[in-house]
Write a protein that binds this ligand. Sequence first.
Ligand code: A3D
Length: 320
Amino acid sequence: MARPKIALIGAGQIGGTLAHLAALKELGDVVLFDIAEGTPEGKALDIAESGPSEGFDAALRGTQSYEDIAGADVCIVTAGVPRKPGMSRDDLLGINLKVMKSVGEGIGKHAPDAFVICITNPLDAMVWALQKFSGLPANKVCGMAGVLDSARFRHFLSLEFGVSMKDVTAFVLGGHGDTMVPSVRYSTVAGIPLPDLIEMGWTTQEKLDSILQRTRDGGAEIVGLLKTGSAFYAPATSAIEMAEAYLKDQKRVLPCAAYCDGELGVKDMYVGVPTVIGAGGIEKIVEIKLNKEEQSMFDNSVKAVKGLVEACKGIDGSLA
Ligand code: A3D
């Protein structure tokens, strides 16, 4: 049986890391696409040359031609521009929307059966536009943000409690921006919800509040340290987790930007929600019950995403 084909659109910091991880995990053969001549070819060759030491079987190639992504099973999109210190994700909207148009058309023409994971920011608006430009079914196009935001939350919680990250579950809802909603009630240490852990005296509300804020600012914290770009190791790992769930039909329950058509009261928009990912793509949106406070934070986040979607429609009339 032929190995699955993984097309990476964008061979920058995240794209290169995705290629490396996909090869190490033997998820399939990798095609790296980028408009920057030489970059995808160079990264593909460099990673391929690590194969003898790592002992993986995967073919890697770089290209500037969309024809080479033909028949891809998974496409992960990082094409575009990342933010620099002082920029918000939303500042990238105009420039990255144009990129989504060419990428969406390329995928729609050459890889219409792929499961597509968008990472380009501002995430929720870009994945919405990418789905429209590509014409692929909405359940086969999603955005990676929730897995990363949740991983950051889990990491910070594990530091606070002094326990393994493996025993901390958490998830983050809403848009991937300053209004994201880390869920406190549904996050646990070994199944014990965070509010109970406060009652048990294992942490305090103040400490938890500062962890919540650090999670919301997680991307900016890395941008501030790196100065020349944004996070790429953890974003790549998060998208690979989603791709693996699809390729291996794992039915993982993962938060991601999924197309909502009425779910959780959201209509014709992509926003971060808990989903089940398997061979059918986004197979289900888990409609958790929110309390009053969570609902108002979620509504606020949806409103912010809606503003960006409307801005996209204003820039590109074909989206209206
Ligand atoms: P970077 O290293 O700059 O790579 C982007 C690549 O896209 C470059 O190699 C460009 O040449 C290429 N590119 C630009 N235009 C096109 C095009 N039209 N077609 C094909 N390739 C093109 O950035 P990065 O890898 O660090 O980040 C990529 C994107 O991910 C940015 O928009 C970031 O803001 C975003 N990002 C999202 C998250 C989320 O959690 C959602 C996290 C981190 C970064």
